[in-house]
Design a protein around this ligand. Structure first.
Ligand SMILES: Nc1ncnc2c1ncn2[C@@H]1O[C@H](COP(=O)(O)OP(=O)(O)OP(=O)(O)O)[C@@H](O)[C@H]1O
Length: 306
């Protein structure tokens, strides 16, 4: 059974009189790697800062394992680990000393837990080396270990592959996948490069100008022979209620005032019947088979390269 790790509901952020984030609604499941992609300035970092509790929401809510970041901040935030800016590390201390230092700030972290996280990110062999001598990829991994010490259910990484070479990216990818599948962590990764992120993620949400413009499963991760998921876009009223009903069967998001989700063909009539039973009015349903790249270039209208 899929368990929702994080749910964004109509998340908005206004700074001054500018609305930077314009009503984001989507869910991320445990064990899933979710990519959050969009051009520079799209609103990824702002959204992530709200998800990790570094910035207040102007409107809407974020629930983490069902706990509201607004009304149950402590309980909700306990389930989140993240690297938003570069991980804070002391280059003149060893990896082991850095982790120990960091662990002092969190109550109840045992040496056993530190060792466990080191193993999780595969840094056992270099723990006694000074961090200043680590490669960028190793520094990222020790940052991930720090973020994991308190056993969060959701791990959020802002541009974790930034500046890494292909080998570094491959390593990070391997550990992120392991975290999701073996430890049931929901991992959220932001990036402005589709090519990098589609290799890591199960699902990708595309953000542009503070709005979610599409959400789609990455087909490379679909086992061979499995039926290809169809992309469904639906205009329905009331939207929030419709979103909730669809979410019971499959993760759905709100994009441009419509509900977007993916499902197998035979599920479509079942979902429509569920919606009708709940007195939801359906005005339009669009079903497409488009690939992620098609969608991405259609929506963004440009190749996202710095
Ligand atoms: N404190 C602020 N005051 C005013 N505008 C801001 C503030 N922070 C961010 N913005 C604006 O909000 C928009 C979204 O910024 P954000 O950093 O979230 O985008 P991003 O998708 O993370 O981009 P990048 O990939 O460049 O980091 C941008 O247009 C930015 O100029």
């Amino acid at each position: 059974m899929t368990e929702i790790a994080m749910q964004l509901t109509n998340v908005r952020k206004r700074i001054g009189n500018k609305e930077i984030i314009k009503g984001l609604s989507f869910t991320i499941n445990r064990g899933e790697v979710f990519g959050f992609i969009g051009p520079n300035g799209a609103g990824k970092t702002t959204t992530i800062r709200m998800m990790v509790g570094l910035m207040k929401l102007t409107e809407g809510d974020v629930h983490i394992l069902g706990k509201s970041i607004k009304t149950e901040f402590k309980e909700a935030i306990r389930e989140v680990g993240g690297i938003v800016e570069n991980p804070e590390l002391y280059p003149f201390l060893t990896g082991a000393q850095n982790l120990k230092q960091y662990a002092r700030m969190i109550p109840g972290i045992t040496q056993e837990r530190i060792d466990e996280t080191v193993k999780l990110v595969g840094l056992e062999k270099v723990m006694n080396e000074k961090v200043g001598r680590y490669s960028l990829g190793m520094r990222q991994r020790i940052g991930i270990a720090q973020a994991l010490l308190h056993k969060p259910s959701v791990l959020i990484l802002d541009e974790p592959t930034n500046g890494l070479d292909p080998a570094g990216i491959r390593e990070i990818r391997q550990y992120i996948r392991k975290l999701a599948t073996e430890h049931n962590v929901a991992v959220i990764i932001s990036s402005h490069l589709l090519s990098e992120i589609e290799l890591i993620c199960d699902r990708i949400g595309i953000i542009k100008n503070g709005e979610l413009v599409a959400i789609q499963a990455v087909k490379e991760n679909t086992p061979a022979g499995e039926q290809q998921l169809l992309q469904v876009e639906m205009e329905a009223t009331p939207l929030e209620k419709a979103l909730e009903v669809v979410n019971r069967k499959t993760p759905a998001a709100q994009t441009n005032g419509k509900i977007t989700f993916q499902t197998e063909k035979e599920n479509i009539p079942l979902l429509i019947s569920d919606l009708v039973k709940e007195n939801i009015l359906i005005y339009e349903v669009q079903v497409t088979k488009s690939t992620l790249e098609d969608k991405f270039f259609d929506l963004i209208g440009e190749n996202i390269i710095d």
